[in-house]
Design a protein around this ligand. Structure first.
Ligand code: SD4
Length: 328
C-alpha cells in the first residue's frame, strides 16, 4: 500500500465518521446547524484532500498564514504521481501536452491565477507569485511560463508521466473526444480554509479535462468559477466539468447566495440546481462544490453521487461523502 493510501486509511480509521453512511448523515445535520462551525477549518475536494489537508494544517500549526496553508496543501497534490488530474503527471491534451491551471485567493480580494501553463511543477505557487508580484490577476500560456522563469521557477522536462503515457497511448487508439469527467476521471483539488481569527483563503489546481483541445482552459484558474473567497461572507471552490461551472460562475454564485443569508449547504445546492438547469451536456456529467462561511460552517453538494471531500479541524481530518442532486 502506498504511503498516501495508508495515510488515508489511517485517517479514516481514526475517525468516528469513517462509515460512509454515518459520515453523510453527520455532515448533513452539522451543516444545517447555525452554531456548528469550527475554526480553524480546512476543506478540500476528493480523497487526496486528506494528505493535502494534513500539509495545510501543519503549515498553520507552524505559524503560517491561512494563505500559506492553502498553498502548501495543494502543493502536496501537485506532486502526487497517482493523481492524473493535477500537476505535470496529469493526463495530457489531445496533442499529448500536459497544461496546467491554478488559482489562489484571500478574503480581502487579492487573487492570482495561471492558465494553460506548461513545464511548471507548482502552478499554485506561480499563481501566488502573479498575485503578489504583478499588477495582474491572471497570466496564461507562454507569458505565464516566461514569468515563471523570471521568478526562478525551475522548468521541468516536457514528458508524460508513466501512467499518463500509458493512458494517452490507449486513448489515441480511438481518439474519442468525450469529455466525461468525475465519473471515471477526476481529482482536481480545490481547497478552502479559515483560520482561528476568521481570515479565509482558497486554492485550486488542475491539469484539467483529459484530452482537451490544446489551449482549453477550465474553471479552476477563473476567479469566481473554480474559486472565490470573501472574508465578509465565506469561500467556495469547485471540481468537475469546468465548462458547466464557468457558465454559472459557480464559486462566486455560492458566496453571493451565502451573503444573502443561505447556509453553505443551501448555497451549494442552489448552485448545483442552477448548473443543471443551464447545461445541456446531458447525463454523464459531474460537478461538485464545497463552501464554508465565515463562522466555519460547511456545505458540499454535487450533481451525482461519488463526490467526497476532506475536512480538517482540531478534532481530526476526515473524509465525508457529499450529498447529490441525482441519486445515481
Ligand atoms: C476542469 N474543473 O478543468 C476541472 C477539472 C476537474 O476533477 O475538476 N477535475 O474542468
Amino acid at each position: 500500500m502506498s504511503q498516501r493510501r495508508k495515510f488515508i486509511k489511517q485517517s479514516l480509521m481514526g475517525s468516528a465518521l469513517f462509515l460512509p453512511g454515518v459520515a453523510s448523515a453527520c455532515a448533513q445535520t452539522a451543516e444545517k446547524s447555525p452554531n456548528s462551525g469550527e475554526k480553524p477549518l480546512i476543506l478540500s475536494t476528493w480523497n487526496h484532500g486528506i494528505p493535502a489537508n494534513a500539509d495545510a494544517w501543519a503549515k498553520l500549526k507552524e505559524g503560517g498564514s491561512i494563505l500559506d496553508a492553502v498553498e502548501a496543501g495543494v502543493r502536496n497534490t501537485e506532486l502526487d504521481m497517482d493523481n492524473l488530474t493535477v500537476g505535470l503527471q496529469g493526463l495530457p491534451d489531445r496533442e499529448g501536452i500536459t497544461t496546467l491551471d491554478a488559482s489562489i485567493m484571500t478574503g480581502d480580494g487579492s487573487c492570482g491565477s495561471v492558465a494553460f501553463v506548461r513545464q511548471i511543477k507548482h502552478p499554485i505557487s506561480l499563481a501566488r507569485a502573479v498575485m503578489e508580484k504583478t499588477p495582474h490577476v491572471m497570466l496564461a500560456g507562454e507569458g505565464a511560463r516566461q514569468f515563471a522563469i523570471a521568478q526562478g521557477f525551475p522548468l521541468e522536462k516536457e514528458e508524460l508521466s508513466p501512467k499518463a503515457k500509458v493512458a494517452y497511448e490507449e486513448w489515441k487508439k480511438t481518439s474519442q473526444y468525450k469529455p466525461i469527467i468525475n465519473i471515471e476521471n477526476h481529482d482536481t483539488i480545490g481547497m478552502i480554509g479559515i483560520d482561528a481569527g476568521g481570515k479565509l483563503a482558497g486554492s485550486c489546481t488542475t491539469s484539467g479535462l483529459a484530452y482537451k483541445m490544446h489551449g482549453r482552459v477550465g474553471d479552476s484558474p477563473i476567479i469566481g468559477a473554480g474559486l472565490y473567497v470573501d472574508d465578509e461572507v465565506g469561500a467556495a471552490t469547485a471540481t468537475g466539468l469546468g465548462e458547466t461551472i464557468i457558465r454559472v460562475c459557480g464559486s462566486f454564485l455560492i458566496v453571493e447566495l451565502m451573503r444573502q443569508g443561505r447556509t453553505p449547504q443551501e448555497a451549494c445546492e442552489e448552485a448545483v440546481r442552477r448548473l443543471v438547469a443551464k447545461n445541456k451536456e446531458g447525463d454523464g456529467i459531474q460537478a461538485g462544490f464545497l463552501a464554508i462561511n465565515k463562522y466555519g460552517e460547511v456545505g458540499a453538494y454535487a450533481i451525482r453521487p461519488g463526490f467526497n471531500y476532506a475536512r480538517a479541524t482540531e478534532s481530526g481530518n476526515v473524509l465525508i461523502d457529499a450529498a447529490s442532486y441525482y441519486s445515481s
